[in-house]
Design a protein around this ligand. Structure first.
Ligand code: DON
Length: 317
């Protein structure tokens, strides 16, 4: 069990990955193609694909980074990890009645599997599965998005983390896909809330802005066997293992196999260009670069994580 953040005396090996991430930042600046920012959420389309930040958080709460590591960005689907952790902590195994834990092999916003799998989405990280998780969290707490924001604030120590109403509105304005997914699952009884209430909670959750530093710290419980910064347990050791496993197999959608092959860590991406990755027992990483590949994952983000595991030899394999 790690001590609370910021209470430990400085360790001799603190910041041990600083040289590695500085080298990676230089390499990423030289990438020939940084991809294209998401354009289906107009508020995200204007981002500069050459921006790059990377942060490392160690289990004792030490955090450091390179480039734009303190720049807030739209967390988008990264928020799905925190929503799942909260739902698991409140609801336990029940959550798996409405959502599976197999890779989908399909894009994150795909509808196609839902009909022949009776309205049960493959996993909690595609949009359909995340909608089921947020539905459950909203039903249990009355404020799913607020709970996710609170978890990020308390684990990062940054009370400035917040929703961006313009981003939530931008998504709602172009939200026909998510609305279709939610209504379709509701027709199978796998959504309990009125769909407009669910979508509003989901878009607010996705609109949360946080930096690489904030997210690397916030994901720390997944590197500490479920233990929060204050020493209490958000998840059991076994549940933390389960969340990490689902991140590895499903966290980057139809690119999860390629991500495991190149990076070899549990990871979760978002269309804002962020990716969190967990080295259990060692550290958590967050990278941000808004240019995406065609599957919605940050080009420089995936490359940077691949370089990190290659240069350090740290991966789950
Ligand atoms: O629902 C959506 O489409 C977005 N709020 C989140 C999608 C996302 O981040 C997928 N990530 N790569």
């Amino acid at each position: 069990v790690a001590p609370p953040a910021n209470s430990a005396a400085p360790r001799a090996d603190a910041h041990r990955f600083r040289a590695v991430i500085s080298r990676i930042a230089e390499e990423m600046a030289a990438l020939p193609d940084h991809g294209t920012p998401a354009d289906y959420i107009p508020m995200l389309a204007g981002a500069d694909p050459r921006r790059f930040g990377m942060a490392v958080a160690e289990p004792d709460g030490t955090v450091y980074g390179v480039g734009d590591w303190q720049q807030p960005f739209s967390t988008q689907s990264i928020s799905k990890v925190f929503a799942l952790a909260l739902a698991l902590s409140l609801d336990g195994e029940q959550i798996w009645r409405g959502v599976g834990r197999e890779p989908s092999g399909n894009p994150f916003n795909s509808l196609v599997q839902l009909e022949y799998e009776n309205g049960i989405p493959r996993n909690p990280f595609i949009n359909a599965g995340a909608l089921v998780v947020t539905d459950r969290l909203q039903a249990l707490t009355g404020d799913a998005a607020g709970q996710v924001r609170e978890l990020l604030r308390s684990e990062s120590g940054n009370d400035a983390i917040d929703f961006v109403p313009e981003v939530a509105a931008s998504e709602a304005a172009y939200g026909d896909r998510n609305a279709a997914l939610a209504h379709f699952m509701a027709s199978y009884g796998n959504i309990t809330l009125p769909v407009p209430e669910l979508l509003s909670a989901y878009f607010r959750q996705c609109s949360i802005e946080a930096s690489c530093a904030d997210l690397a710290l916030s994901a720390g419980f997944l590197a500490r066997g479920g233990i929060r910064t204050d020493g209490s347990a958000l998840l059991t050791r076994s549940q933390a293992k389960q969340v990490n496993a689902v991140m590895l197999t499903c966290g980057t959608y139809d690119a999860a196999g390629e991500f495991a092959y190149r990076v070899g860590l549990p990871g979760k991406s978002g269309v804002g260009g962020g990716i969190i990755a967990i080295v259990p027992g060692v550290c958590t990483l967050c990278v941000w670069s808004p240019g995406l590949d065609r599957r919605g994952n940050s080009v420089a983000g995936v490359s940077a994580l691949a370089r990190f595991t290659t240069l350090t030899g740290l991966s789950v394999f």
